[in-house]
Design a protein around this ligand. Structure first.
Ligand code: FES
Length: 99
């Protein structure tokens, strides 16, 4: 199984993780701190902006994540680190969605 590359731009760190790993777990592996709250896709504390290569480098959001993102009104290209799972290719975490 091919590993997925996850880059954290602000920290200048990159890790390679198994498909299905959350962005939050990848951040922990890279020793990059992401502020969290519930870790269940409900509070939105860990919303981050991402770029994907290819476009489906992340699994689509499950209902609870999609609902929280919708409620927050964040722009497209933002995901919740605790809930977004990598699928393939390269995911770059650009920074906090609300900054
Ligand atoms: S930590 Fe609450 S939504 Fe991710």
């Amino acid at each position: 199984m091919d590993l997925v590359e996850v880059r954290f731009r602000a920290a200048g760190k990159t890790v390679f993780v198994q498909p299905g790993t959350t962005l939050l777990a990848a951040a922990e592996m890279a020793t990059v701190e992401i502020m969290t709250g519930c870790t269940r896709g409900m509070c939105g504390t860990d919303a981050v902006r991402v770029t994907l290569d290819p476009a489906d480098a992340l699994e689509p959001p499950e209902d609870h994540e999609a609902g929280t993102l919708d409620r927050m009104g964040v722009p497209e290209g933002c995901r919740l680190a605790c809930s977004a799972r990598v699928r393939r290719g390269v995911v770059e975490v650009l920074g906090d969605a609300l900054v």
